[in-house]
Design a binder for this molecule. Structure first.
Ligand SMILES: Nc1ncnc2c1ncn2[C@@H]1O[C@H](COP(=O)(O)OP(=O)(O)OP(=O)(O)O)[C@@H](O)[C@H]1O
Length: 661
């Protein structure tokens, strides 16, 4: 570097970082804006603005100044995964930049109009300010908008937790006995019963647990309990929602199935809706605007709102939800707290039920449960300091999966990854040769170590996985077939699409999303001409909600053709298992989906899931990412990598999102 960095402005120092892709255009733009407002000696705030914005891009609603001071490299996770070695050499390291401006807290101008410093005491008055930056206790630095989101969520949930609806304990106990059977010594069942009882305590409840632990089973019974014990004559207005279209469709399906199995009157069943919508649809997206049709001045017509896959809800969306939900309504969040958080900033569910595995129930919670439902709490989940965990007093966590055996196969792998236990993983991965093929089959998990993503063994795995789909594509009905017969065929093809799925941990490179999709096209079609084009048999995924076409983010389709003289069309599931044939030119947001990212796979499940890891360790690889990928598999999970060490590194890395919920 020719000039001394001391002679350059913060923006001048950030510019090459932007060119190298280390920070985003929006981060740089914010720095430029703040630079215009900054007084002398306030350059540090310009830098902070860019870094807070950069953290938002990584999913953090705030910048942790303690982390920045003591471990800037980890806190900022720079450079990004695609930065070349040259770029790393060329560009001034962010740690050095931080050192230049931020030696200690004394370097921060506390009386700047760019910054509001909040008092340490949460009860002290905050004062008014509209500074772009807000410094909260514990060194959490926010852009004001995100601090406002957090504050409104906190205030709203506190208010809902404080509301204590009256409960007729004899009636509650009777309903719980009817729905779950009388209490038994085995606590496996009583956690679900406990979740229902706990939900009667206030207007806010969280039910968390891994796949197949009975969240949907419980929530249907919870809704039945609420309707049975309601004080008003009219049935409670229940709304069901999920962050993505795919998750909403799954929620509807799962709730319908559980409701059908529920042993209760038809009248009660009719009072439980099975229609789930996306959160965007629930709140009413406004074209070209950030806000929603429903807000505090135009609230939702709802008494109960259940949000499934809540781990995917970001802080901005959650703030919009609580703004639109009437104060008397119950908010119930369902999700797996250990899964990846939302792509957008915030890890609302993860933060609200951090440590839920330990219970942390207070005496007051235990007494309430005992008095209203005679529901005991296990001693090891009690905590004399439980009141320090306010959200956990309204949280039930399920541990027992009814889908997977925790001692083998997918269940074991998922648990070990989630608990960051690398011992078993090492034995499994490095002891593969000793394991018999039969045993592996029984265990429904396998590991494939290959040097490149072009390796014959990987090709064999993929082509075998896709063989069912390829056969169906060749079994197109004769041109004389009726439209109904073509619909029946399309239905089978779409069902087959859920049988096998490649999941990429990263986007770039031969092991990333793009490389894998290109590779599969080469194997199947022999060339790459088709990559972005529309070709027969191309599986696609919708990447953004498209309300004009009634397609939702995450919907999967496939390109088919009915008769040779008809154009190619993309088929999707419509309502009631109907088939929609859509002309490709009407689709705006689509990606080829032989492979999809693990992030995009959230809320979906596939019979055989193949999780592909890159050939080197990267900051994006984490136990949450791996756990999410593994738990997408229903009957078989294959891990594919060039080096099992990368899997171990990923398992050791836990994402900790900053935030003050
Ligand atoms: N107490 C129970 N008794 C009998 N069957 C149960 C019980 N709890 C759950 N199940 C069954 O276990 C299966 C998985 O339950 P459920 O679908 O509710 O799990 P989930 O946590 O919602 O899963 P996912 O996160 O994958 O949606 C279902 O078939 C359900 O009917």
């Amino acid at each position: 570097m020719a000039n001394s960095p001391m002679k350059l402005s913060v923006v001048e120092i950030l510019e090459p970082m932007h060119e190298q892709g280390w920070i985003r255009s929006i981060d740089l733009a914010l720095a430029k804006y703040l630079e215009q407002l900054a007084g002398p000696d306030e350059e540090i705030l310009v830098l902070f603005g860019a870094l807070v914005s950069h953290q938002l891009g990584r999913g953090h609603p705030c910048l942790d100044l303690h982390g920045l001071l003591y471990d800037p490299e980890t806190t900022l996770a720079l450079p990004p995964e695609h930065a070349s070695a040259l770029a790393r050499e060329d560009c001034m390291r962010p740690a050095m930049l931080v050192c230049l401006y931020f030696r200690d807290y004394g370097s921060i101008p506390m009386r700047s109009k760019l910054l509001q410093v909040l008092p340490e005491d949460p009860a002290a008055p905050i004062g008014s300010s509209n500074s772009p930056l807000v410094l909260a206790p514990n060194g959490r630095l926010y852009l004001r908008r995100y601090w406002n989101y957090e504050l409104s969520i906190k205030n709203d949930l506190r208010q809902r937790m404080r509301q204590q609806p009256s409960v007729d304990s004899a009636a509650l106990k009777q309903v719980l006995d009817e729905l779950f059977g009388p209490l038994t010594a085995a606590d496996e069942y009583s956690w679900q019963r406990l979740a229902c009882a706990l939900a009667m305590r206030s207007c806010f409840t969280i039910v968390t647990g891994g796949p197949g632990t009975g969240k949907t089973y419980t929530v249907v019974r919870l809704l039945a309990t609420l309707q049975r014990l309601r004080e008003q004559q009219q049935p409670l207005r229940i709304r069901l929602a999920a962050p993505t279209g795919k998750a909403a469709a799954r929620m509807s399906e799962a709730i319908s199935t559980e409701l059908n199995n529920l042993n209760c009157s038809d009248g009660l069943k009719a009072e439980i809706t099975t229609e789930a919508v996306t959160l965007h649809r629930l709140l009413g997206s406004l074209p070209q605007q950030r806000g929603f049709k429903h807000n505090h001045s135009h609230p939702l017509a709802a008494d109960v709102l259940i949000i499934d896959e809540a781990s995917m809800v970001d802080i901005e969306m959650m703030a919009a939800v609580v703004d639109a939900l009437p104060a008397h309504a119950r908010l119930i969040l369902l999700g797996d707290k250990d899964q990846l958080a939302s792509v957008e900033a915030g890890a609302v569910l993860g933060q609200l039920c951090r440590e839920a595995e330990h219970g942390h129930y207070s005496d007051a919670t235990a007494n309430w449960l005992n008095e209203t439902s005679e529901q005991p709490l296990p001693m090891d989940k009690m905590d004399p300091q439980g009141e320090q965990w306010p959200y956990l007093q309204h949280t039930a966590m399920f541990h027992v999966s009814r889908r997977f055996d925790p001692n083998k196969g997918i269940g074991k792998l998922a648990n070990e990854v989630n608990q960051q236990q690398v011992g078993w993983l090492n034995d499994w991965m490095y002891g593969q040769e000793q394991a018999t093929a039969q045993q592996q089959q029984l265990d429904n998990i396998d590991l494939l170590v290959v040097e490149t993503a072009r390796a014959p063994a990987f090709k064999e795995l993929v082509l075998e996985g896709l063989s069912g789909l390829s056969e169906l594509l060749q079994q197109r009905p004769a041109p004389s077939a009726t439209d109904v017969e073509f619909d029946d065929w399309a239905r089978i093809v779409l069902t087959q699409l859920g049988q096998f799925q490649l999941l990429a941990a990263t986007r770039v490179g031969e092991w990333g999303l793009q490389g894998l999709n290109e590779q599969v096209i080469r194997w199947l079609h022999g060339d790459l001409e088709h990559v972005d084009g529309w070709f027969y048999g191309r599986p696609v995924m919708i990447t953004q909600n498209d309300y004009s076409m009634n397609l939702r983010n995450g919907d999967m389709g496939i390109v088919l053709q009915r008769r040779p003289d008809e154009p190619l069309r993309v088929v999707f599931w419509g309502a009631d298992q109907r088939i929609r044939w859509i002309v490709p030119s009407r689709l705006s947001f689509v990606e080829t989906a032989y492979a999809m990212t693990i992030h995009k796979s959230q809320g979906s499940e596939f019979a055989h899931t193949v999780v592909v890891l890159p050939d080197r360790d990267m900051p994006v690889l984490s136990k949450e990412l791996l756990y999410t990928g593994i738990t997408r598999g229903k009957t078989r999970v294959s891990l594919v990598c060039a080096n099992p060490w990368v899997i171990i590194q990923a398992v050791k890395r836990k994402i900790s999102r900053s935030g003050g919920l």
